[in-house]
Design a protein around this ligand. Sequence first.
Ligand code: UD1
Ligand code: MG
Length: 451
Amino acid sequence: MSNRYAVILAAGQGTRMKSKLYKVLHPVCGKPMVQHVVDQVSVLGFDEIVTIVGFGADVVQEQLGEQVEYAVQEQQLGTGHAVMQAEAVLGEKKGTTVVLCGDTPLLTAKTIQDLLTHHEQESAKATVLTAHAEDPSGYGRIVRNQEGLVERIVEHKDATVEEKEIKEINTGTYCFDNEFLFNTLKKVGNDNAQGEYYLPDVIEILKKAGETIAAYQTSSFEETLGVNDRVALSQAEAIMKRRINEKWMRNGVTLIDPEQTYISVEASIGQDTVIYPGTSLIGKTEIGSDCIIGPQTEIKQSKIGNGTVIRQSVVYDSEVGSQVSIGPFAHIRPNSEIGDDVRIGNFVEVKKSTLGKGSKASHLSYIGDADIGENVNFSCGAVTVNYDGKNKFLTKIEDGAFIGCNANLIAPVTIGKHALVAAGSTITDNVPGEALSIARARQTNKEGYVK
Ligand code: UD1
Ligand code: MG
């Protein structure tokens, strides 16, 4: 097998997206489009992967890091011009070069491999990946001669009325003999509707020079969808979502309504977990097995154990144990650690706090900057008073303590093991273990006062 290289085009601004964000960085199921492409390409073990950057070069490089090498295209003069920028890195090399666009996020490693195999079998100098599109508008069309061989590719904007009828499209993915690619690119002109140096023109030039040109048609147009605007972005999102959801359903996860379930590419879910509609699992979120998640639940960048139930709630950047119950209507904010068997009920907010095994905050509480031990009962309406307007302070509650309803724990404060804080108390001083602390005015009844 000869050396293999890949060039990923990601220098365009993506004018049609009408966005501040550079096109290839728009996420599809939580991952930037160009990252999808790089990840699929990386599976195949290329000798070198060069990404062409231009618009937003620094942000694209920050995203892709050291996964690839870079070449800069200062001015966006077209896809042919973009590939030329890789000449300094690849120009002298012998082997096969795959060129891909950073805006085709659905393309899989398998299809790229199939294209490579076809290219090598045909001993072609160039092989284009094509697809049959019911609505080919916007794409370059594959023009074949009477023998059915590829002659050239014509861009939508340059196509004649008859050529626009062609439904076989250029997916923007190709294999080239590396030396032929760079030699031929020098001959590409920009006399066309867009005044750009088109990469697809390499095909026609090689064909006219009598070289072997091949085409490999994938049966999945969906996979080759090129995202140029937000309509296509939503289509890509829908297709990727379906792919991800089907994968989890085949792995033993129940999705009550897959259409209404949003699982990021990086998320994972254990067997026999049931996900109700309106649930979003964002970023690297790990859900254990036998959980019930949703409806209307958002979990971001968090780890959830087994057998946990989370309903109508939000969990961000936190860890939740097994057999936990959260919600409905709870808010777990970043850096929280919820132990096994914990119950967090309705209208409870937890921020940067730890709750040990078996502890409960079942109703209407705020727990912030708190370290709560095991089997603590945090009753209805109790709050940690963690903020004085300038600084945050910590509350520590040791194992087995009972915090009565509507208690205010003014931090910094420690409640000792098995201590009991009476309902309605405002606690400003530490409470020793096993003590009862009452900090509220005594009740006086004024008999007959109302009359
Ligand atoms: C391109 C193809 C078209 C094909 C379609 C498939 C050309 C001329 N046309 O059209 O035949 O059907 O893809 O999706 O190649 N880019 C650069 N530098 C540039 C211009 C573009 O890096 O100067 C990058 C873009 O960031 C993008 C990719 O190349 O990732 C494709 O460019 P785009 O403008 O989307 O081309 P299409 O019009 O989609
Ligand atoms: Mg495109």
